[in-house]
Structure formats: C-alpha cells, structure tokens
Design a protein around this ligand. Structure first.
Ligand code: 4AD
Ligand code: MG
Length: 478
C-alpha cells in the first residue's frame, strides 16, 4: 500500500517514538544538505526531516529542492531545534517528483498576492492560501451542518435555466447555435427554436425561484451552488462565477428571515474560530502585517480574530432604508461632500454608503430593511405604503453587502401586477405563479455570497484570493 502515511499536522503533535513512520509532502526548503522543511497541506505545519550527513547519496541530495515531492520514512525524535517538538530522522527518502529549482516559480520568499494569482495553480502550496482554502472548506462544511441540524433539505437547483431570477439581465447565454449562419426567423431575430433546448437559455444568476417551489413542499430548503453574473464589475468584491447559499422558508416573515440569517452568520464564524483556529491565527498575523503598510488613518482598529469574536458577541443593528438615508444625509461625510455618489431617498446604496453605516456609524453589522421597490426584484413582498418592499440586506464591516433577501410576495394578484409593471414574462413563469395559485403561504429567504463570507472570515481584501480559480472580466485562466 502506497498511501500509508501520517499527515504532518498529526506528526508534529506526536511524541518521539520507537516505530518508524512515513510522511509525504512537498519540500518547502532544503538547508545544508541536511534539513528538509516538509509540508503536506494538512496544515501550515512543516515537519523537519533530517538527513544524516554521509548517509545519503549525492545524486539523491541534488534532486531534493523546493517544490519537489518526497516520501520519507524514519523515527520521530525529540528535536534539539527551536520551534518544533519533534523531527523525523530519515532512514529512507524517495523522490516522488522532482522540481527544477531554476524553473519553479514559487521560491521560498514573500510573493505578492497579485503574482500568486498568476500562478493560481501553485498557490495552494503557500501558507496564506493553505489557510484560506482550509477555512473555506470549513465554512462550506459548517453551512451544511447548520441547515441539516435545523431540518432543511439541501436542494440542487439547475445551473442552466430559461429565466432571469433577479430580472437584472446580467446573464451568460448558453447555446449550441453556430456564430456564423445563425438561424433567424422572418423578423431577423435569432431563432432559438433551433437551439439545443428549443428556447433561449442562460447560466443561472440565482437558484431562488426553484428554491421557492421546493419550499412550498418541504417547508425549509437551502441551495448551495455556483451562480453566474455577466456584470462588468472589476472590483475586489465581484466575481462572474460565485457560490451562493440560498435558504428559502415557508411560514417565515421578514423578521424570521433576519433572525435566521443572523444566526447563520454567527454560526459560521463560531465554527471557524473553533475548528480553524491555527489558520485564523496565521491569517490574523498576515493581516496585521498588511495593515502596517497602510497609513495610520486607514488601518482597522481590530485584529482579525478580535473582529470575529466581537461580531459573534453582538446583535446586528437593524434599521430601515429610510433611516439609513437619514443617517447618511446627517453624516459629516455627506456634509463635507466626501461621498462620490449623491444621497437621496430612492438611490441604490453604494458601497461607500454601506461602509459608512457599518464601519463609521454603527461599528457593527447592519441589517437594512424596507428598500424602495424600484431598486429591488419583482418577487419581493410589497409593503402597505406602496413605495417599499419587505427586503433585507446585511452589510458587514470591510465587505458591504454580504446577504440579500426578502419576504416574498405570496399574493397572486399583487405579484402579477408587479411583474407586468416590470415587464417580466408572466406566461413563461406559469410554474412560479402556480405556487401562489395552489396553497400559497407567507414565505421568505435570502442569499449569502459565499466568497464574501470567506473574505470576511479570512480578512482577505480581494475576492479573487478566496476562490481557487476566479472568473472575472477578461480572465478565465486555469
Ligand atoms: O443580492 P443578490 O443579487 O440576491 C439574490 O440573488 C437573491 N436571489 C437571493 C435570495 O433572496 N435568495 O445576491 C445575494 C448575495 C449578495 O448579497 C452578495 O453577497 C452575493 O450574493 N453576490 C456576489 N458575490 C460575488 N460576486 C458577485 N458578482 C455577486 N453578486 C451577488
Ligand atoms: Mg443584492
């Protein structure tokens, strides 16, 4: 059996022993033809593998270099060196794969995050990305645990759809039609009848609409899958392909919805603090060093772990959109014309406004409710005032919008009227409207942007650094 190995994360915790163990991993550094620092991705720990001088062949020693993969067997002995309990005194070393030191791009020195993005296929072998993606894994696992514990059904919604759930028109088309000689009808329009699905289709922007259908049978469901947006936003918070978690619950109103979202975010953070402690400690230090490069005024007041512990211990601030606009209008920032975008009732809050509310004014996560209906999707429940809808966005420090959700319009007449106003094709959405025809109930749901959550927990400033292979405008490498 090839794979009988001890993971390094465990090996470094073990006591010196009398039986040989085998480890496998990638060489981080090799010093003095004697000391290998070995990492296998199970944690950021490196096991020191010691090669006794004279015991190993020169030809073998020459092939041990940064990036090479090896299998090493030997006894764990108490380490005389600082910073580690034990080291492996090698009796045998097998090179699994060489790595030409002249060509290997990941030299043992500090690389910029921008450079590492260009070699995203290798960045898993760095401490920073090791930590980030182990935390990401933990958050995904905790997501399933949270909903499973509460009796929610995990629903797989389609990636290819014919509807624009958000009605924002930011979709990637899915077609097998040829680019030249595209079949056209008499009016000169593309004839999608000849296309694979016999109609125009696209990659989903959200699984919500299908999620609502299932919630009308199961009561409580959640989705967790990739979603796609062809918005040309080149920011540190937007991806063209991102993962979203969308719970949808029958018999929930807006307040129930907010309570669940808040509990979910707290659960994810607590899970990480407990189960990814070493990685968070590493990321905390990394962030502290990054912060030192910034001018004093721009530095955050709290360290990463401090921030996470504090968010878990606080109730989120809940305010209405109208209150948010008033706060912004009264703010010194507005009076001193510090905002790039104007503030008035009816605007879509810009990220500078969201960040002001969260970071400067309340200094904690904020849930904003009751947005103007004209800046929100057709499915949101209309409030009595005729102007606002039962929407809620959760804004997080350093991130801005992390959750978007609402109570849904369960009244058929009101929903149809709104869809007509917004030119949503009612006939095509017959299946969605059927839920309002047959046993309609008050219901609500939200979407949590998974990468924004990972950003929040890891303290990574750029969303491209929390997804293994980012998809952004003009970039689909790897
Ligand atoms: O606010 P959004 O567009 O809401 C929906 O899609 C609803 N269907 C959700 C629901 O009620 N079930 O997106 C939800 C969240 C945002 O708050 C944000 O965190 C994230 O998804 N998000 C993005 N993340 C990365 N890149 C993008 N381009 C994103 N667009 C939205
Ligand atoms: Mg939104």
């Amino acid at each position: 059996m090839f794979n009988k190995r001890v993971k390094i994360r465990e090996a470094v915790q073990m006591d010196a022993g009398k039986e040989e163990i085998t480890v496998m991993g990638w060489v981080r550094t090799f010093r003095n033809n004697q000391f290998i620092a070995l990492n296998d991705g199970s944690s950021n720990d490196q096991l020191q593998v010691v090669l006794e001088l004279g015991r190993f062949d020169d030809t073998l020693l020459k092939r041990i270099s940064t990036g090479a993969s090896i299998k090493a067997t030997g006894l764990l002995i108490d380490s005389p060196g600082k910073g580690q309990k034990v080291e492996l005194k090698a009796s045998s070393v097998l090179i699994l794969g060489e790595s030409d030191p002249e060509k290997f791009p990941l030299q043992p020195k500090k690389h910029s995050l921008e450079f590492l993005r260009e070699i995203a296929h290798l960045r898993f072998r760095t401490n920073t990305f090791g930590s980030v993606f182990r935390v990401r894994h933990g958050l995904a696992y905790a997501t399933h645990q949270f909903f499973h514990e509460r009796g929610f059904v995990y629903l797989h919604t389609p990636v290819i759809t014919a509807s624009d759930a958000e009605g924002a028109g930011e979709m990637f088309k899915v077609t097998t039609l040829p680019f030249d000689n595209t079949p056209r009808n008499e009016a000169g329009e593309v004839n999608f009848k000849d296309d694979f699905f016999g109609r125009a289709t696209n990659l989903t922007v959200s699984g919500q609409l299908e999620g609502e259908l299932a919630a009308m049978g199961f009561g409580e469901i959640y989705t967790f899958g990739p979603t796609f947006r062809a918005e040309n936003s080149n920011t540190a918070r937007h991806l063209a392909e991102f993962w979203m978690i969308e719970p949808e619950m029958a018999f929930y109103d807006l307040e129930d919805n907010m309570d669940l979202a808040e509990a979910f975010i707290r659960y994810l953070i607590s899970y990480s603090l407990k189960n990814n402690r070493a990685d968070l400690e590493f990321l905390d230090q990394r962030l502290a060093e990054e912060e030192k490069q910034k001018p004093q005024a721009e530095r955050s007041e709290q360290g990463l772990i401090q921030k996470l512990e504090w968010v878990v211990s606080q109730d989120f601030q809940r305010i209405t959109y109208t209150e948010a606009i008033d706060i912004l209008l009264q703010s010194p920032a507005y009076k001193k014309k510090k905002f790039k975008y104007d503030v008035a009732w009816g605007i879509d809050l810009q990220s500078e406004h969201e960040r002001y509310l969260v970071e400067k004014h309340f200094k904690k996560p904020v849930i904003v409710t009751g947005y103007p209906k004209d800046i929100k999707a057709f499915y949101m429940r209309q409030n009595e005032d005729g102007k606002t809808v039962a929407a809620m966005d959760i804004l997080a420090p350093g991130i801005g919008e992390i959750v978007g959700g609402s109570q849904r319009e369960e009244r058929l007449d009101k929903l149809e009227a709104r869809m007509r106003e917004m030119h949503i094709p009612i006939e095509q959405m017959w299946w969605y409207l059927d839920t309002r025809r047959f046993g309609s109930v008050p219901h609500a749901g939200f979407g949590l942007g998974f990468e924004r959550m990972v950003q929040f927990v890891t303290g990574m400033t750029n969303i491209r650094d929390v997804i293994p292979f980012p998809r952004t405008p003009k970039n689909a490498e790897f």
